[in-house]
Design a protein around this ligand. Sequence first.
Ligand code: FBP
Length: 367
Amino acid sequence: MPLTLRSNRSTLTQFLIEERRRFPSASGDFNALILDVALACKGIAKAVAYGELAGVMGNHSAEEGGTVNVQGETQKTLDVLSNDVFMRRTEWSGNLAGMASEEMDDPYQIPKQFPRGNYLIVFDPLDGSSNIDVNVSVGSIFSILRAPQDVIDSGRDVVDTDFFQSGSQQVAAGYALYGPTTMMVLTVGGGVNGFTLDPNLGEFMLTHPKMHIPEDTHEFAINASNSRFWEAPVTRYVDECLAGKTGARGKDFNMRWIASMVAEAHRILMRGGVFLYPRDTKDASKPGRLRLLYEANPVGMIMEQAGGRASTGEMPMLDVLPTSLHQRIGFVFGSKNEVDRIERYHREPLKAEEKNPLFAERSLFRD
Ligand code: FBP
């Protein structure tokens, strides 16, 4: 008999029912929706684990020249498969009024044969696409919003603007991490909890209750290959981390970059750290790499609920009012004191040498 059964660990279902007891008037639809999402993630975990054995690696429809999503990114077979799994597992239950995803240009309407509900879900079905074919951890990210009242009352089709709700209006957010173990990290407000998938039972078990991010850290994550495009406050912050004990910070920092944001977020939840994918000058049409609605907002809610912080670099991420479904944004999150510092550097006037790096403190030309 799997040991887990004899343990007094809660299953995700049990956890949600106990959470619901805090809201006696709650209908239970919300819990059912979370469990549908969990089932979708279990299915995706299986597909990711089978990989080449299931023929799901590589680019989608490669034989027909491949497909490109609204971001202009080549879709991986697993991107499209994961998107389908999310839709099939959640569209039927009567809890959703509509959905939107990184892999779909427009909002997805709940098919007429299914009842419509009070919630909207927006998701990144597979985050870390560049790592899929090289067997590095990837994940799924989701954000749950209330549908606007007129959508609920009229049952009308959803439109982009129905999703333009600031991150602070999310009713739940989470991610699944497909790594050495499959985990789901969830917040329904009131803290962050982590669940590990028991492969024998096929159940998510509560293994990381009340996760909390240390306020300080000596670990930062950024894609340094973009450094020439960074704005001065980010260059200053990273330079100071690199200067370590010899510089203004007086302590050494270590660096990490997995290129799967979910895996970075999980590391930071487990042991602290700060992640930066800042706005930069690389492509003026893209004020950042990551997407607000289904990457920054859900991860931002998890960070804030775990005592960390999430920011654009200049302002709290969860205060940003979305203006398009796939809008990109600069994203900084993690240990509170580091995110506060990065925001402060954006507020502080630039020193002369920061305006002209050639004369920076540690440059070759310093007298
Ligand atoms: P998608 O894979 O969902 O497109 O997400 C974007 C992402 O892969 C993040 O997970 C990651 O943090 C970032 O892009 C990596 O960017 P880069 O390739 O520039 O390092």
